[in-house]
Design a protein around this ligand. Structure first.
Ligand code: SF4
Length: 508
């Protein structure tokens, strides 16, 4: 039987969370390979070593003035660039130990395309004859980046034996490496009645529970301009039969902790509320079978599909935290972005969450084309006035998004400029300083609300109390700094390199 190693490349970024390490795409590939007769080994490399601080890459030097080394506490921005997972050379050794016949690399985001390529190069140096196949969101966005890469040992040969765009689900047979010499497979436009199955990802321990991420559906017919979902999954919404959703949860729960273990299910779908009745039936049925189960939907639920009574049902069924997607507040930008919205409705839903004591984060996107710093301050003030935590996501492009179809721009610039954490001013609407100012203001709002609800006990957080009162009095953003030296004392310091106009407007 042929042996396939599926590798999720190490990540280099300012941060990485367990939710981003779910390797759902790699899980689908694993299933397809097994179905078509391969023996497999899945290496989720970002989870295979401790995070390490690495030098800030040259292309992110523009962030140097905004980084406060030694910064800590609730208002912190990023303090260090990190590698999650082993060195590429060590990763190649780990792969070699598995004795693969073929290496499959799952590139789950364009912004990490360089890491995918570097992993392939390291593996090719270690095993020069090994066929290497790459698929996922990275190659679906810009296959040329991978097709153009040359082999480090045989420069006349390509690095990747095959590059695949689109979904592999239901098409595992195309993974056979034969003599056909086809280097690029574009599966995005193939119409077929492929069977879609739910897939559960890597499980991690969070708050004493086994947390499992699961995705139940694929594709989205909506056309939010900022969204890259369609680039890999297309614009047709598809789901597996809802009875399979439950089967997959039961299968994975039994596999990891038995029926009596404490499990938390994070539902990754962007638009699960397209199937609202099935979704609530699914939650209710799981709650009956696993009385202690808890849920989140951390990619955010579309509030336009929710009614106030649904908030009570979500709480009753075991939601521990609700994430709602505001997307964008300003009417103009919302229209430009093809996004529906109703802020009055959103405010009522948020209030209902408070009434039923369901913690909530409302997410918005910052830095869209047409945004102004005034719009962003208005959004922050709107959310600041409501009982919700604020989740801020910086806009970042993916090759192929409307307005970002010039492939040369992406082939001639490092992919990591498209990290959300790089706060690169892609649309020119807001500068990097303004994007960071908005981030810090949102953190202040979250911190203020926690302090005012006394969620931080009086005794233990004196430095946080000082931070709170300094900002309240001065209307200037401050943060906590850990001093160098033996005692590593924490002190409150003002934050520099901000957009002072945005700060003044926020506090006015
Ligand atoms: S943001 Fe959500 S609703 Fe909009 S296109 Fe993307 S997946 Fe669909």
């Amino acid at each position: 039987m042929r042996k396939a190693v599926i590798a999720v490349p190490p990540v280099r970024d300012f941060y990485f969370t367990p939710r981003r390490a779910t390797a759902l795409g790699a899980g689908v590939l694993d299933r397809e390979l097994k179905k078509t007769g391969w023996k497999t080994s899945l290496l989720n490399l970002p989870l295979m070593d401790k995070p390490r601080t690495v030098p800030l890459p040259d292309e992110l030097e523009y962030l140097n003035s905004s980084i406060i080394p030694g910064e800590t506490g609730p208002l912190s921005w990023f303090t260090a660039f990190r590698r999650f997972g082993p060195l590429f050379s060590d990763a190649a050794e780990i792969i070699a130990r598995e004795k693969p016949d073929t290496l499959f690399i799952s590139s789950f985001a364009w912004a990490y395309a360089e890491e995918a390529r570097r992993l392939a190069e390291a593996a090719a140096r270690r095993m020069p004859e090994l066929p290497i196949v790459i698929g996922g969101h990275g190659p679906s966005s810009l296959p040329e980046y991978f097709l153009n890469a040359s082999h480090p040992v045989f420069p006349e040969k390509p690095l990747f034996t095959r590059v695949i765009s689109g979904e592999i689900e239901g098409r595992g047979e195309v993974l056979k490496i034969n003599e056909s010499g086809i280097r690029y497979l574009d599966l995005r436009d193939l119409k077929s009645n492929r069977e879609i199955k739910p897939v559960a990802g890597e499980s991690v321990i969070r708050a004493g529970r086994r947390s499992i991420s699961i995705i139940l559906t694929r594709g989205c017919p909506k056309k939010c301009r900022f969204c890259s979902n369609h680039i890999c999954h297309g614009r047709i919404f598809r789901s597996s039969p809802p009875n399979l959703w439950e089967e997959e949860v039961i299968r994975i729960a039994e596999q990891i902790s038995g029926r009596n273990g404490k499990i938390h299910l994070n539902i990754e779908d962007d638009n699960i509320l397209f199937l609202k009745k099935d979704f609530f039936d699914f939650l209710g049925s799981l709650k009956r079978q696993f009385s202690d189960i808890t849920f989140t939907a951390e990619n955010g639920l579309d509030y336009m599909f929710l009614e106030e009574n649904d908030i009570n049902r979500l709480k009753k069924n075991g939601f521990t935290h609700l994430n709602l997607s505001l997307g964008v507040l300003s009417d103009n930008t919302r229209t430009n972005e093809n996004r529906a919205g109703n802020t009055e409705k959103l405010a009522k839903l948020i209030q209902r969450c408070r009434e039923v004591d369901l913690p909530l984060t409302t997410h918005f996107i910052c830095g869209l084309a047409g945004d102004s710093s005034k719009d962003i301050v208005q959004t922050l003030r709107f959310l600041d006035g409501l009982p919700t935590q604020i989740g801020i996501s910086n806009f970042y492009p993916v090759p192929g998004l409307e307005g970002f179809t010039d492939t040369e721009v992406f082939l001639n610039n490092p992919p990591r400029l498209a990290l959300g954490s790089s706060v690169y001013p892609w649309t020119g609407a807001l500068s990097s300083t303004q994007l960071i100012t908005a981030f810090r203001l949102s953190r202040w709002s979250n911190f203020r609300k926690k302090m005012e609800r006394s969620l931080l006990p009086d005794t233990e957080f004196s430095i946080e109390k000082e931070l709170y009162s300094r900002i309240k009095k001065s209307h200037q953003l401050h943060t906590i700094h850990r001093e160098r030296g033996k005692d590593r004392e924490r002190v409150v310091v003002p934050v520099e390199h901000l957009d002072e106009t945005m700060v003044a407007e926020f506090f006015s």
